[in-house]
Design a protein around this ligand. Structure first.
Ligand code: ADP
Length: 365
C-alpha cells in the first residue's frame, strides 16, 4: 500500500510568492498520476516536496499513511527519475544500476538479484557490461529507470524524464513507462508540461496553473468536460477556439459574438442552464476537430470563412481563419484543393460547444 496524500500543501519563496498554493490531492495505491501545466506552474516544486528535496512551507505530505514532512529523502522510500539522468560514464550499465544499493550497503547477492531482475524487465540484459557512451539515448534512459527500479520503492517520481529525447523516442519511452507501471504495480507520480504525454499515460491527470490545481480527472473528462477555460484550452491540440458574446432570447436561445461575426442557435438540451444567461455575456469554446468540412447529419451551424493558412498534416488539414478579430483553427479532413484565401463553408457541431462564465471562466454546462 502506498497512497500519497498532499494536504493544504504550499510552497512560499522569500518574496512571499506562493508557487504552490494550497494543494490537496490524494494519489491512490498503484495509481499513475500525471501533474501537467505550463512551465513555472509549480509542478516540479510539488514533486520535489514529495521527494523531500524541497522544504514544505505549509501543509502535510503522507506516504503510506505516514507524515513525511520531517523525513529526509533517503527515508521516504521513493525513487526519482529526472530529465537529466546523468549516468556515471566510467561505470557499466550493471554498476550504474547497482551503485545506489551498494552505498546503502545491500548484500552482494541481493544487489545481483535486483539488478538482473530490473535488466530483465527493461530488456537490458544484453547490455549490462556496456558503458553509457555505447548506448542510445533510449537505452540510457532505461538504465536510469533501472536505477530507480532496483530500489524497489513505494513510490516512483518522474520529473519530465523524456524531455531530452527526440520526438520518436519519446513516444516509445512513453509506452515503455506505461508498460513498466503495469508490470510493477507501484504508485507513480509523473510531471510533464506535455499534455499529450499526460493524456496518454495518466490514470488521472492533475492540471495546474499558477500553483493552483485546476482539475483532477481521468483523461477523457478533461477533454470532454473541462472544468474551466484554462483546462479547455490547455488540453487538446490545436487548442480549443474561444469567442466572447451574448446569449439572446428571441423565443429560441441564440449566441451572438461581440462583433457579430458569429451567430448560432443553441440546441434545446442546453436551454435550462443557459436561460439564466439571457442578455449576459459568456464565452463559447469549440475544438478545431468539431468544426467540420462535410455537413454533419444534424445539430450544426454553418459559417463561411476565408482560409488564411492551410497546414496539411497528412490525413487532415488545419485551416486558420478569423471571426471577430479572433484567430480560429479547424481540423478538417479535406486534404487537397484548399488554398489560401479560399472562401469555404464549415460546420460547427452544436452538441460539442463549451460554455464558460465570462468573469469566472468556469464551465457553465
Ligand atoms: P514547473 O515545474 O511547473 O515548470 P517550478 O515548480 O519549477 O515550475 O517553479 C514554480 C515557480 O517557482 C516558478 O515561477 C519558479 O520561477 C519559482 N521558483 C522555483 N525555484 C525558486 C527559488 N529557489 N526561489 C524563488 N522562486 C523559485
Amino acid at each position: 500500500m502506498a497512497e500519497v496524500s498532499l494536504i493544504n500543501l504550499s510552497k512560499i519563496y522569500d518574496n512571499n510568492n506562493k508557487v504552490v498554493n494550497n494543494v490537496n490531492l490524494k494519489i491512490h495505491d498503484k495509481e499513475f498520476v500525471v501533474i501537467v501545466g505550463p512551465s513555472g506552474c509549480g509542478k516540479s516544486t510539488t514533486l520535489r516536496m514529495i521527494a523531500g528535496l524541497e522544504e514544505i512551507s505549509e501543509g502535510e505530505i503522507y506516504i503510506d499513511g505516514k507524515c513525511v514532512n520531517n523525513l529526509p529523502p533517503k527515508d521516504r522510500d521513493i525513487s526519482m527519475v529526472f530529465q537529466n539522468y546523468a549516468l556515471y560514464p566510467h561505470m557499466t550499465v550493471y554498476e550504474n544500476m547497482a551503485f545506489g544499493l551498494k552505498i546503502r550497503k545491500f548484500d552482494k547477492h541481493e544487489i545481483d538479484k535486483r539488478v538482473k531482475e530490473a535488466a530483465r524487465i527493461l530488456e537490458l540484459e544484453k547490455l549490462l557490461s556496456r558503458k553509457p557512451k555505447e548506448l542510445s539515448g533510449g537505452q540510457r534512459q532505461r538504465v536510469a529507470l533501472g536505477r530507480a527500479i532496483v530500489r524497489n520503492p513505494k513510490v516512483f517520481l518522474f520529473d519530465e524524464p523524456l524531455s531530452n529525447l527526440d520526438a520518436k523516442l519519446r513516444v516509445n519511452m512513453r509506452a515503455e513507462i506505461a508498460k513498466l507501471h503495469k508490470k510493477l504495480q507501484t504508485t507513480m507520480i509523473y510531471v510533464t508540461h506535455d499534455q499529450i504525454e499526460a493524456m496518454t499515460m495518466g490514470d488521472r491527470i492533475v492540471v495546474m496553473k499558477d500553483g493552483v490545481i485546476q482539475q483532477v480527472d481521468v483523461p477523457m473528462n478533461l477533454y470532454f468536460k473541462p472544468h474551466n477555460k484554462f483546462v479547455a484550452g490547455f488540453i487538446g491540440s490545436p487548442a480549443m477556439n474561444f469567442i466572447n458574446g451574448k446569449i439572446i432570447n428571441d423565443g429560441r436561445l441564440k449566441f451572438v459574438s461581440s462583433k457579430n461575426g458569429l451567430s448560432l442557435y443553441i440546441t434545446p438540451e442546453y436551454y435550462d442552464i443557459l436561460k439564466k444567461y439571457s442578455n449576459k455575456e459568456i464565452i463559447i469554446g469549440i475544438r478545431p476537430e468539431h468544426i467540420k468540412y462535410e455537413k454533419p447529419e444534424h445539430n450544426y451551424s454553418t459559417i463561411t470563412i476565408t482560409s488564411e493558412l492551410v497546414e496539411p498534416i497528412g490525413n487532415e488539414s488545419i485551416v486558420y481563419f478569423t471571426i471577430d478579430d479572433v484567430q480560429f483553427t479547424a481540423k478538417i479532413n479535406m486534404v487537397n484543393g484548399l488554398h489560401l484565401n479560399n472562401s469555404i463553408e464549415l460546420h460547427l457541431e452544436l452538441n460539442n460547444l463549451h460554455f464558460f462564465d465570462k468573469d469566472s471562466e468556469i464551465s457553465i454546462i
